[in-house]
Design a protein around this ligand. Sequence first.
Ligand SMILES: C[S@@+](CC[C@H](N)C(=O)[O-])C[C@H]1O[C@@H](n2cnc3c(N)ncnc32)[C@H](O)[C@@H]1O
Length: 221
Amino acid sequence: MNQEQWTAVDRYIGDTVVPSDSALVAALEASAKAELPAIAVTANQGKLLHILARLIAARRVLEIGTLGGYSTIWLARALPKGGRVITLEVNPKHAEVARANVARAGLAKTVEIRLGAALETLPKLAAEKASAFDLIFIDADKANIPEYFAWSLKLSHPGSLIIVDNVVRKGAVIEADSDDPDVQGVRRLNEMLAKEKRVTATTIQTVGSKGYDGFTIALVN
Ligand SMILES: C[S@@+](CC[C@H](N)C(=O)[O-])C[C@H]1O[C@@H](n2cnc3c(N)ncnc32)[C@H](O)[C@@H]1O
């Protein structure tokens, strides 16, 4: 088993179970043209986010880490009329590309992109005292995952899902002495989860066109 095979299987899944449409393809093309890094979720992962949002009948979604808005589109499409995605992005160029991609997908009224470092925009969001989020997708800088998770707990309600991407890191997550801040960010999350009574959580390892990684899903009790 190797990367070539994982990529080929992802392509096959894309050709069968998870076909893309013009808005999703255009979002990836525009992101590539603007030289955004190719680090969006894959189509099958995006569809998993979409299915999870529909399963819990999510109306309000928070995303931390927008990039070109690819996962944002998958999530926004899962919401009923009047639903809302608030997505946080630090990079103005990424936010600009995402805004155009979301508009092209017909979702400009559903999605709000907030520019700024998430550790600054999250307290502002909390201060607004708006309704809690039903689903929160954490997919920004990995070193701050524990802080994002703590904010997610504050901004959620019993029954909310908190999903954290890239938590296996090619297996490096088991390296206790790693000097990689991203690995240490995930390890701190896992230490929190080990003690946290407010959630029921699991982590799934994955392979695919983006390599070997994984995601954590936490259900708020
Ligand atoms: C992995 S990408 C997000 C991919 C996107 N969720 C998708 O699947 O289509 C991570 C994004 O988080 C943004 N980011 C990094 N640090 C951040 C921070 N401190 N606050 C907000 N966004 C941040 C990056 O600029 C990048 O666009």
